[in-house]
Design a protein around this ligand. Structure first.
Ligand code: P1T
Length: 377
């Protein structure tokens, strides 16, 4: 099936009892059992919930995977992934990831005996060089938040296959509409569904998708054992949102392309980071492994004064954390989303105090450009 057909139908059957076309919100914590040991496959809602199952099947289809496991946030999913390894194991990970991922792994999970090497995975040699006898996982975010750096996913999957590592890709910035890492040979895809997948800035959620039964079984066990499940209403909202993912992503991208071109022509924007620009150092790789360039742009204004002027004076863009919603947002990564990353690490990847991140929404592009142009001139 095509992407939009799956988005609208996968995982969703008319309700058996009433014929309701839309999957109901099974707002229940438990299920009646007919007699001891006899039930309909539903015992307790941490373990089974039909609204959640529909969402998991839906996103698994969009990511060309077999199994989806939904969590209560992107970070709950990120956290669950570490149950695939144990104390003493080593993980190679992109040095630029969402600040919360860095905080969880480097400042929390490390205390449980996990060893992380933070490397620039856009150069595959850095991954090879970081391999240790106890390496178990290669974890990449591509394009990265907020530098929009791209890692070669076929290259990563080949390294992982050769060495029997598990490859994990945070695909939040592209959404399954523009990139399917499982199709490129990777083992696990992670999303903060809070972002493009839900797209309406009204739910926090996460999901992990895989083709591997072994990985699925372990993560399903952890989902139930640790209990970081999303509520049925949140699942229902995300399921409603995936129906329009394709049309939203097309518009996000169209708008982002135009805004990126505007920034490139404006001399107040010293560096523009957008994979769709020919000036992006990995534009060719982006064209190869992505079907579009997404809706995220970062701009280095060269000095903090201009950066502040922009984030404090926008009228249509809103100064806020998060991304991927229909409304345009602007954020200052150094003090907001990536504040828990030490300055020395931020400096290494070019995440300066004068960098501003734009999540380009689906409003009229003329209004969005005017909003910025009124400030920059
Ligand atoms: O916020 P949460 O749903 O827990 O997802 C965490 C997460 C994981 N991966 C990526 C690439 C992300 O961008 C995020 C969350 N990011 C923001 C809140 C932000 O403003 O960048």
């Amino acid at each position: 099936m095509g992407f939009s057909t799956d988005a609208i139908h996968a995982g969703q059957e008319p309700d058996l009892k009433t014929g309701a076309v839309i999957t109901p919100i099974y707002q229940t914590s438990t299920y009646a059992q007919e007699e001891l040991g006899k039930h309909k496959g539903y015992e307790y809602a941490r373990t089974q919930n039909l609204t959640r199952e529909s969402l998991e099947k839906n996103i698994a289809a969009l990511e060309k995977g077999k199994y989806g496991i939904a969590f209560s946030s992107g970070l709950a999913a990120t956290n669950a992934l570490m149950s695939l390894v144990k104390s003493g194991d080593h993980i190679i990970i992109s040095n630029n990831v969402y600040g919360g991922t860095y905080r969880l792994y480097e400042l929390v999970m490390k205390d449980f005996g996990l060893d992380y090497s933070w490397v620039d995975t856009s150069n595959l040699k850095n991954i090879d060089n970081a391999i240790k006898p106890n390496t178990k996982i290669v974890y990449v975010e591509t394009p990265t938040n907020p530098m929009l750096t791209i890692t070669d996913l076929i290259g990563v999957s080949e390294i992982c296959k050769k060495n029997k590592f598990i490859s994990i890709v945070d695909n939040t910035f592209m959404s399954p509409y523009f990139q399917n890492p499982l199709e490129l040979g990777c083992d696990i895809v992670l999303h903060s569904t809070t972002k493009y997948i839900n797209g309406h800035s009204d739910v926090v959620g996460g999901i992990v998708v895989t083709k591997s039964e072994k990985i699925h079984e372990r993560l399903r066990y952890i989902q139930n054992a640790a209990g970081a499940i999303p509520g049925p209403f949140d699942c229902w909202l995300i399921l409603r949102a995936t129906k329009t993912l394709a049309v939203r992503m097309d518009r996000h991208e169209k708008n982002a392309n135009k805004l990126a071109e505007y920034f490139e022509k404006n001399n107040k924007a010293k560096k523009v980071f957008y994979p769709g620009l020919k000036s992006h150092p990995q534009h060719e790789l982006a064209k190869k492994q992505m079907r579009g360039f997404g809706g995220m742009i970062s701009v280095d204004f060269g000095d903090i004064k201009t950066a502040k002027k922009v984030v404090n004076n926008v009228k249509i863009f809103t100064l806020a954390e998060s991304l991927g919603g229909v409304e345009s947002l602007v954020c200052h990564p150094a003090s907001m989303t990536h504040a828990s990353v030490p300055k020395a690490e931020r400096d290494k990847m070019g995440l300066t105090e004068s960098l501003v991140r734009f999540s380009v929404g689906i409003e009229d592009i003329e209004d969005l450009i005017k909003d910025i142009d009124n400030i920059l001139g």
